[in-house]
Design a protein around this ligand. Structure first.
Ligand code: ARG
Length: 626
C-alpha cells in the first residue's frame, strides 16, 4: 500500500509500529504492506526481507522476531488481535470491529473525496482521444478511444492533474476536396437541410457518393486482375467496357477534388468558410452522442488547425538537418548509421511527399510541439488503436531527434480491436450495405435491448423513469464492456452478454449500486444519521471483506492512472460488488437490532459511495433507483 493511500486509524498505528520495530521509514513500510493470500491468514501482510538483510538473520527468523516485538507494542494492543510469522512474512489480524470502524470512518471523513489524491497537483496531462474523421464514419475504434480517453481524463482529474482533452479531428486532406465537389453538385436547399439534420452522416454520404465511379473502377480492375475469377473472354471485354465508361468521370472528379483541396490549402476564403461549417456541423452532430457518453473536450483543434504551422516547421527541420530530402520527399530518417547486413532499413518518418503534400504524421508532429508549448504537459497521451503503433513510435522518435527530451513524456495508449457479434456471426460492426452504422444508432439499439430487462427488474418504475434507466443501462453497458478487460486485448462485443444484469457487466454494477441506495431509502433513516453509529459492531467476516475491498479503491484509481488502464477500476468494482453481495446474502441490514442496523447502514452507504464514484470514473451512470 503506497503512502498516498489515505490513512486510517489502524494503519496510523500499524505503520509507525512496524517502522519502529524494523528501523525502516514509514514510507518504506507503507509501500511494502500488502494482503496475505487468504483472509484467514490476516488482514495485512508485511514481507520481512529488508529487515532480515539489515539484521543478517534468515527472513523467517526475522518474521518471528518482529512478531514478538509487535505483540509487545502497547500502541497496537487496542486495535490488533494477532501478529503472526508465516515464513518470511508477518501477518497481522486486526480486531474485526476496529478494522471496519477505521476504514468506514476514513471514507466518511473524506467527505465524498475518497479515492482522490493530490498526486498530480500542478501537472497537466494532455489526452488525445476520439479523433473521428469528417469524411469517414465514426467507427468502433473511435468509440473505444472516446470511452477510454474520457475515463483516463476523469481518473487523472481525480488524481489531482489538470487535464486537456483534445479531439484531434481528421478534418484535413484530399477528402475535403471531394466533399466540396459533392456539395457543389448537390441541390442548394437539399444540402442545407441534410447537413443540418444528418451532420457527419451526410458528409460521409457526400464522400461515398462522389467516389462511386472511382470505387467502381477499382472494383472492376481488381476483378480483371484476378485472371482465374473471370476467364470468359466476353465477360472480360464487358468489364473492360464498363471500366472505360466509368473512368473518365472518376478521373475528372479526382482532378476537380484535388484542385478544390489545393484552393483550400492556399486559403480560398469561400472554401475555408465551408470547411469551417463542415467542422462545426460535424462536432455539433457528434456532441449529441458525446453527451450521452458523458464526454467533453477542452480542445477540438483537429488536423487542419496545424496547417499554418507546417511550412515554418519543415523549413526549420530542414535547416537544422533533422529532415532530409529523399527521392523528392522530405523525411526524418528513422534508421541511423550504416545499413546492417541482412536487416531491412526502417522506413523514414515522412513529412512531405514528393507531390508536395504534407500528411497525417506531419500534422501530428506539429500538434505535439504545439501542445508542449501551449500546455507545458507532464504527459501527452494518444488513445488510439494498436494499428497506429508504428506511427506513434516514429512520431516520438522524430521528437527525440529534434532534441526534445520530453519525447519520453509522450505515450501511445494503444487498445485492441473490438468486433461485434450479430447472431452467430462476428462482424466489424459498422458496415451496413457499405455504409456505417452511426454511433447514435448503436447506442439506441443497446437502449432498446435493455428495455425489457429494465421493465422485468422493476415494474413499479414510471414510464419516464424506465426510459431514463434504460438509457443509463444501455449506454452504461457499452461503456463498461469496452473497459472490462485490459485495453490491449481484442474482444467480441455481444449485445446480450454485455447487458446481462447477472454477469460481469455494467448493468450488474448499476443494480448493485441501486440495491445499496434502495436499502438506505427503505431504512427511512436520515441520510448521514449512521455517522454516529458504533462501527465496532461490524465484526462479521463478510463485513471485514467488504471494508477491505473498500480500502483498495484509492490504489485501484492510482494504478488505473499509472498504467492508463481504466479496466483496473472495472475489475475493482466487480470485486467490491461481489464482497457486498456476499454480505447481503448472509446478513440482514434493515431487520438488525437498532445499533447494529445503524452500523450496517454506514457500511452500505460507504459501498454506495465507492460504487458511484468508481462507475463515475468509468463514465457509467449510477441511477439510485432502477
Ligand atoms: N483521425 C485518426 C483516425 O481516425 C485518429 C486521430 C488520433 N490522434 C492523433 N493525434 N493522431 O485514425
Amino acid at each position: 500500500m503506497k503512502s498516498d493511500t489515505p490513512n486510517h486509524q489502524v494503519l496510523q498505528a500499524l505503520v509507525p509500529a512496524l517502522a519502529k520495530a524494523t528501523g525502516l521509514s514509514t514510507d518504506a513500510v507503507a509501500a511494502q504492506l500488502g494482503r496475505p493470500p487468504k483472509p484467514e491468514m490476516g488482514d495485512y501482510a508485511f514481507p520481512c526481507f529488508a529487515y532480515a538483510k539489515a539484521n543478517k538473520v534468515p527472513p523467517p527468523a526475522a518474521a518471528s522476531q518482529l512478531a514478538e516485538k509487535l505483540a509487545a507494542d502497547a500502541t497496537l494492543a487496542p486495535l490488533v488481535q494477532k501478529v503472526e510469522a508465516a515464513g518470511p512474512f508477518l501477518n497481522v489480524r486486526v480486531k474485526p470491529g476496529e478494522l471496519c470502524a477505521s476504514i468506514i470512518r476514513m471514507i466518511e471523513e473524506a467527505e465524498g473525496r475518497f479515492g482522490e489524491s493530490a498526486a498530480g497537483a500542478g501537472k497537466t496531462v494532455v489526452i488525445d482521444f476520439s479523433g473521428p474523421n469528417i469524411a469517414k464514419p465514426f467507427h468502433v475504434g473511435h468509440l473505444m478511444s472516446t470511452i477510454l480517453g474520457a475515463s483516463l481524463g476523469r481518473v487523472f482529474r481525480a488524481l489531482g492533474y489538470a487535464v486537456v482533452g483534445v479531439n484531434h479531428l481528421g478534418d484535413w486532406g484530399v477528402q475535403c476536396g471531394f466533399q466540396f465537389l459533392a456539395w457543389q453538385r448537390a441541390g442548394p436547399v437539399e444540402r442545407e437541410t441534410q447537413l443540418a439534420e444528418r451532420g457527419l452522416d451526410y458528409l460521409c454520404d457526400l464522400y461515398v457518393d462522389i467516389n462511386a465511379p472511382a470505387r467502381e473502377v477499382s472494383v472492376l480492375e481488381a476483378e480483371l486482375a484476378d485472371k482465374e475469377a473471370v476467364v470468359n473472354p466476353e465477360e472480360r471485354e464487358r468489364i473492360k467496357k464498363r471500366i472505360a465508361a466509368a473512368k473518365p468521370e472518376a478521373d475528372a472528379r479526382d482532378v476537380a477534388a484535388r484542385e478544390l483541396f489545393k484552393r483550400l490549402e492556399d486559403g480560398d476564403p469561400e472554401l475555408k468558410q465551408l470547411w469551417e461549417r463542415f467542422r462545426k456541423e460535424t462536432l455539433r452532430y457528434l456532441q449529441k452522442s458525446y453527451d450521452r457518453l458523458g464526454v467533453k473536450f477542452e480542445s477540438d483543434a483537429g488536423e487542419g488547425f496545424y496547417e499554418p504551422q507546417l511550412k515554418p516547421l519543415l523549413a526549420e527541420l530542414q535547416a537544422s538537418g533533422v529532415a532530409v530530402a529523399s527521392e523528392g520527399a522530405l523525411v526524418i530518417p528513422m534508421d541511423d548509421g550504416p545499413p546492417k547486413p541482412g536487416k531491412e532499413r526502417k522506413p523514414p518518418f515522412i513529412l512531405r511527399k514528393s507531390d508536395e503534400a504534407t500528411i497525417y504524421g506531419t500534422r501530428d508532429l506539429a500538434a505535439a510541439l504545439y501542445r508542449k508549448k501551449t500546455y507545458g504537459f507532464h504527459k501527452n497521451l494518444y488513445v488510439v488503436d494498436v494499428r497506429q503503433s508504428t506511427h506513434f513510435q516514429m512520431l516520438f522518435k522524430a521528437l527525440a531527434k529534434m532534441g526534445h527530451a520530453w519525447h519520453k513524456d509522450c505515450s501511445h495508449v494503444a487498445f485492441g480491436i473490438m468486433q461485434i457479434k450479430e447472431g452467430d456471426t462476428v462482424l466489424p460492426m459498422t458496415t451496413r450495405g457499405g455504409r456505417m452504422i452511426p454511433l447514435y444508432e448503436l447506442l439506441d439499439r443497446m437502449v432498446q435491448i435493455v428495455r425489457d430487462i429494465v421493465r422485468e427488474k422493476n415494474r413499479d418504475l414510471s414510464a419516464d423513469k424506465a426510459a431514463q434507466v434504460a438509457e443509463a443501462v444501455g449506454v452504461g453497458a457499452i461503456i463498461y464492456w469496452v473497459q472490462a478487460r485490459r485495453r490491449a486485448s481484442n474482444f467480441v462485443f455481444d449485445w446480450r452478454q454485455a447487458t446481462d444484469p447477472n454477469g460481469d457487466t455494467g448493468p450488474y454494477l448499476q443494480y448493485t449500486h441501486a440495491r445499496a441506495c434502495s436499502i438506505l431509502r427503505k431504512s427511512q433513516a436520515q441520510p448521514g444519521s449512521w455517522r454516529t453509529a458504533d462501527l465496532r459492531l461490524l465484526v462479521e467476516p463478510e463485513e471485514a471483506a467488504v471494508v477491505k475491498a473498500l480500502e483498495g479503491f484509492p490504489a485501484a484509481v492510482r494504478r488505473a492512472g499509472d498504467e492508463y488502464e481504466p479496466s483496473l477500476i472495472a475489475t475493482y468494482l466487480l470485486d467490491l460488488s461481489s464482497a457486498f453481495g456476499n454480505f447481503l446474502n448472509k446478513h440482514r441490514v434493515l431487520d438488525s437490532p437498532p445499533a447494529l442496523r445503524q452500523a450496517r447502514l454506514a457500511l452500505v452507504d460507504a459501498v454506495r459511495e465507492v460504487l458511484a464514484k468508481g462507475l463515475g470514473l468509468l463514465g457509467v451512470a449510477a441511477p439510485g433507483e432502477m
